[in-house]
Design a protein. Structure first.
Length: 332
């Protein structure tokens, strides 16, 4: 399935039905008076989270959504039927934003969340509502109110407990395939991962968390280079960041500082999240090099938290538990 995380659609609430102008005309009821009914209310536009959706792909094929108009009032003081609401299902983690003003209308981050984005127009009053002592036969009624309409932008930000970030070929896809049941595409060339991958990690019975493999960042990602700018938004929703640095990198510190810089340029709040730093692909390194990598100075007194290998399994179980503990400290 194609992954789509941005969409622009047009939505319109239903118009209210018009009030009716009518008079009772029965054989033995002289001067029966006004009996025009009120119009029905227009339908609302409602957004609802569907937990089974994980992409905005459907909105590439349907871009206009209109709720039903209310029915007009009728004689014998009959009120018109209310218009049917339209319910638009979206994935959890979608932000609904007014396309013209940029205002966030709804942040649909809760399971089964339901939000009325536009209320339908009210129905107009029939002439049965307007008789007075000086005008007992009003010959006018109110039209229904027009339902609002505008364009909205939908932006999907994946919800995950852990976001894995690193340069292309840092081993993100291999790691997520080892610690979870996810089966991402893996190859030895940059930008293998073209869409974020989600995986569920099970550390013990009843203890699971969600991990997102974010496509590889490069220097300049925050300005739109590579794939980073397209998917950096998904890092914002994660609780814990897992930095992966290739053991074979020419400059480990520069790589880590570049990742930090790109995250800060995109959103300074991202780097305040709890994080772990792992050096990957250490399976072919001897004990002396292990010691050297363990004591790397990554700046500001930071050192790697773990040396791991997704191929040999070195410290993978330890990493799973460390991530679990980090998530739990944030929930206390």
């Amino acid at each position: 399935m194609k992954f789509v995380d941005l969409a622009r659609i047009w939505i319109k609430a239903g118009d209210g039905g018009n009030g009716c102008v009518s008079f009772r005309r029965e054989k033995f009821v002289p001067k029966g008076g006004p009996d025009g009914g009120n119009g029905g209310r227009g339908g609302d536009v409602i957004f609802q989270v569907n937990p089974h959706l994980n992409t905005l792909l459907d909105f590439q094929f349907q871009r206009k959504f209109e709720a039903e108009n209310g029915a007009h009032g009728a004689k014998q003081k009959m009120t018109g039927r209310d218009g049917q609401d339209i319910v638009i299902e979206i994935p959890q983690g979608t932000i609904v934003r007014n396309s013209e003003t940029g205002e966030i209308i709804a942040d649909m981050s809760e399971p089964m969340q339901k939000t009325v984005v536009i209320k339908g127009g009210n129905g107009g009053f029939g002439n049965a509502e307007f008789p007075t002592s000086v005008n007992q036969a009003p010959r006018y009624a109110k039209p229904g109110l027009i339902g609002d309409s505008f364009y909205v932008e939908l932006e999907l930000k994946l919800l995950a407990d852990v976001g894995i970030v690193g340069f292309p070929n840092a081993g993100k896809s291999t790691l997520i395939s080892v610690i979870s049941s996810a089966k991402p595409k893996i190859a030895d060339y940059p930008f293998t991962t073209l869409i974020p991958n989600l995986g569920i990690v099970k550390v013990a019975d009843g203890k699971t968390y969600c991990v997102a493999d974010i496509p590889g960042l490069i220097e300049g990602a925050a300005e739109g280079k590579g794939l980073g700018h397209q998917f950096l938004r998904h890092v914002e929703r994660t609780s814990v960041l897992l930095f992966l640095i290739d053991a074979w990198s020419d400059d480990h510190r520069e790589e880590y500082e570049t990742l930090q810089k790109e995250l800060i340029q995109f959103n300074p709040e991202i780097v305040t999240k709890k994080s772990l730093i792992c050096i990957t692909k250490v399976d072919s390194f001897d004990s002396e090099l292990h010691e050297e990598l363990s004591n790397l100075d990554l700046g500001n007194g930071k050192k790697p938290d773990l040396l791991i290998s997704s191929v040999s399994g070195d410290n993978i179980e330890e990493l799973k538990w460390r991530l679990w503990d980090a998530i739990q400290t944030l929930q206390i």
